[in-house]
Design a protein around this ligand. Structure first.
Ligand code: DGJ
Length: 728
């Protein structure tokens, strides 16, 4: 890793282990992007070509030179008003109502260490890092933009953010402030992104980039089930094992926007940041606005290398604290076991059954507080419903602890039910536009987390519940999207400010929880995986991946999720059959194998399973403990794509030193008199010999990787085969 500033040539170069990123200052002071790709040396300015481009304007200083146009030149942080008609990174509305900004280079320096962003999640490291700071300014308005580029000693990514300061005397509005822009001089790329819906998040989709704006975005106030703030640009030929690709990940949990387009000169531009659609941020004199952070990554070795880089980054440089790499307790969650229908006795009984099989934590899901017997009431009142429970929350915690289990609790702090004491007392704390009827979602309204007093009140209630019952885990849920944005304190209603402040309020809530309870494990959740983003993972090292717990559908969801996020972050449970969401029945072995590709747990009434199934559960728990290090800290490989391969799905975990491998296969379609199926492994040592533990058979690593192994004949759909190879 190194950052080199050539002050004389105005050339700024960033080297990571495998890549080089370079920029320069154009002859009129614009910050011009030169290159991002496989590691190179030298001055890359020779790549720039100039030509007289019709209908692509020229800066005034260019005088009679029609070959210098910002509509064609690659840039680091293009802004609207310079004659660049492509998607820009910065869009400013001036106090006089004009839309214009013209950033020119001021200075650059290298700062030791990785920058952080006040109130926002950011990549961190103790292993050494450097930051390149490039300062640009608009002379007219006094807007100063410091572009931040972070590089880490032990990571192949580049982090990006912008610090925008008003050094002028008036108040311009930021109408768009992206985190990063990346221009490509040539090449034909595919866009790979992860769309979805509630219960079917992060579905892989790949298509050629068009000569048109392709926009991935969420206007929902959260990153959302529908789109994910992670995408890839890849060469048409790129696959899992080879080819060039670039990843873009945004550490932000609110509305976002990612744009990619091929321009009229076959150049590609990608821009990513918080949503500009509802964004309008007045920047008073002396004030600073920090954009969220984006992380870009280049891989010359296909998607698996790209994913590996993001997995390592998120594991070691986004997640933090007590549970960063530690094995999380194997839990049983009460939701699909009891829904709202429980009392204290029933919960303790679920815990008792689970403890006999080796489960380590009971999570009491929705329904324990307020008047919460269904989803019409109670949100906002975070005191235990002792009448329903038949005892205090503290007593339940004590009884669960006495069984040898930790106690975890569900909360949904951002929400309020109209039928709640909180709403009756503070109706103005919910987002409701005066004179209009609000949009309800799951019968509930959203609390105005842009207001500190609202966050304070909820935080105090939740902290009291945690203290009362020795709560060691929190599942933080969020079951509707934002609408009716109106903050009763704002001087004037500016949705663009409120939406971002709301996200800062959520982060503040989470940060306060972690400061007060440093050993607390928080699992993120938003109706399943509706806020599965790298920003949330800074606070919650695991996220309930989807409300769809069907093993077969989970294969697709977890496949898509794995492109940008490591296995350790994926909350995944064995649930009952027929599955409550799809009605599909799969055997308990398959459900266990699929759930093990994540932070493992159970979500069913264990009283209702057979003695044989109980024995399997006991074994699964032993297996998960045995394989935990390999699964959570090893390297994950996608061996098939559930979007292309119809017969079976396969994935694998290898130890980082190649010493052991866990191969997982699930058949998707059984055939009468069908062909034999084979699976090829990856990431082994070619010259080593591996012993399959289950059979004792030995295979050279090269044979396993290049010839593969036959998959045992399975006579039913959705059968699983999990085998462990150990290097001799
Ligand atoms: C949505 C979550 O994803 C579920 O797991 C469960 O906690 C429910 N909410 C409870 O209301």
């Amino acid at each position: 890793m190194s950052i080199i500033i050539d002050q004389k040539e105005k050339l700024f170069t960033i080297h990571t282990a495998q890549s080089t990123y370079q920029m320069t200052v154009g002859k009129f002071g614009h910050l011009i992007h030169l290159y991002y790709g496989k590691k190179t040396e030298g001055d890359m300015r020779y790549l720039l070509t100039y030509g007289d481009r019709g209908f692509s304007g020229n800066p005034y200083e260019a005088e009679r030179d029609r070959t210098y146009s910002l509509d064609a030149l690659p840039q680091e942080y293009p802004c609207y008003g310079t004659g660049d008609y492509r998607n820009v990174a910065l869009h400013v509305k001036n106090p006089d109502g004009t839309y214009s900004c013209d950033l020119r280079y001021q200075s650059a320096r290298v700062v030791e260490g990785k920058y952080s962003l006040p109130g926002l999640p950011a990549v961190h490291t103790e292993a050494g890092a450097e930051t390149l700071e490039v300062v640009l300014a608009d002379r007219q308005s006094g807007l100063e933009v410091t572009l931040l580029y972070g590089v880490l000693a032990d990571s192949d990514v580049i982090t990006r953010a912008a610090r925008i300061r008003n050094t002028g005397s008036e108040t311009p509005y930021l109408e768009k402030a992206a985190s990063c822009c990346l221009d490509f001089l040539y090449g034909a790329y595919d866009l790979i992104h992860f769309h979805g819906r509630h219960g079917m998040e992060r579905q892989f989709e790949r298509s050629s980039l068009l000569h048109a704006d392709q926009v991935l975005q969420s206007r929902r106030g959260v990153s959302s089930h529908q789109q994910n703030p992670f995408f890839i640009l890849a060469d048409h030929r790129t696959g899992e094992e080879s080819g060039e690709c670039y990843g873009f990940s945004l550490l932000y949990s609110g509305g976002f926007k990612a744009e990619a387009a091929v321009d009229q000169y076959q150049q590609t531009r990608a821009v990513m940041g918080l949503s500009d659609e509802f964004f309008s941020w007045p920047l008073q004199q002396g004030e600073i606005f920090h954009t969220p952070e984006a992380v870009v990554c280049y891989s010359a070795r296909g998607f698996s290398e790209l994913s590996f880089q993001y997995h390592q980054l998120i594991r070691y440089h986004v997640c933090r604290g007590e549970w960063q790499t530690k094995r999380r307790p194997i839990l049983i969650n009460s939701w699909e076991a009891a829904y709202f229908d429980f009392d204290g006795e029933k919960i303790v009984e679920i815990a008792r059954q689970a403890s006999e099989l080796g489960v380590e934590m009971l999570v009491l899901d929705d329904g324990w507080f307020g008047k919460r017997d269904d989803d019409f009431a109670g949100l906002g009142d975070w005191a235990a419903n002792e009448k329903k429970l038949g005892c205090t929350l503290g007593e339940i915690g004590t009884r669960i602890n006495a069984l040898g289990l930790k106690f975890g609790l569900w909360i949904e702090p951002e929400m309020v039910s109209e039928d709640s004491d909180l709403y009756r007392k503070h109706p103005d704390w919910a987002f409701v536009i005066p004179g209009r009827k609000p949009v309800r979602g799951r019968y509930q309204l959203v609390l105005d987390f842009s207001r500190k007093e609202v966050v304070d009140c909820i935080f105090e209630q939740v902290a009291a519940a945690i203290e009362q019952a020795n709560v060691e885990y929190i599942k933080m849920d969020m079951n509707r999207h934002l609408s009716d944005i109106y903050s009763h304190t704002a001087v004037f209603q500016n949705q663009g400010v409120i939406l971002h402040k709301y996200v800062l309020g959520v982060y503040d809530f989470l940060e306060r929880l972690l400061q007060k309870f440093p050993k607390l494990l928080i699992e993120g959740c938003a109706g399943g995986g509706g806020r599965f983003d790298a920003g949330m993972l800074y606070y919650t090292p695991q996220i309930w991946c989807s409300d769809n717990s069907d093993a077969v559908e989970r294969i697709r969801i977890q496949y898509g999720t794995s492109f940008g996020y490591p296995i350790a972050t994926v909350g995944s449970h064995v649930s009952a059959v027929p599955n409550h969401q799809t009605g599909r029945s799969t055997n308990i072995v398959t459900r266990g194998v699929v759930a093990m590709a994540g932070s493992f747990g159970y979500e069913l009434d264990l009283k209702l399973i057979t003695p044989e199934e109980k024995a399997i559960v006991r074994q699964q728990i032993q297996d998960y403990k045995k394989y935990f290090d390999l699964i959570q800290n090893g390297r994950y490989w996608r061996l098939t794509s559930p979007f292309e391969d119809e017969d079976y799905a396969a994935w694998e975990f290898t130890a980082q030193d190649g010493s052991e491998v866990l191969l997982n296969v699930v058949t998707l379609a059984a055939h009468f008199n069908g062909p034999s199926l084979y699976v090829r492994l990856r990431g082994l040592e070619e010259d080593a010999v591996y012993r399959m533990e289950e059979t004792g058979a030995e295979y050279p690593g090269s044979a396993l990787m290049y010839a593969g192994v036959p998959i045992p004949k399975m006579t039913d759909d959705y059968q699983a085969w999990q085998v462990h190879f150990v290097r001799k």
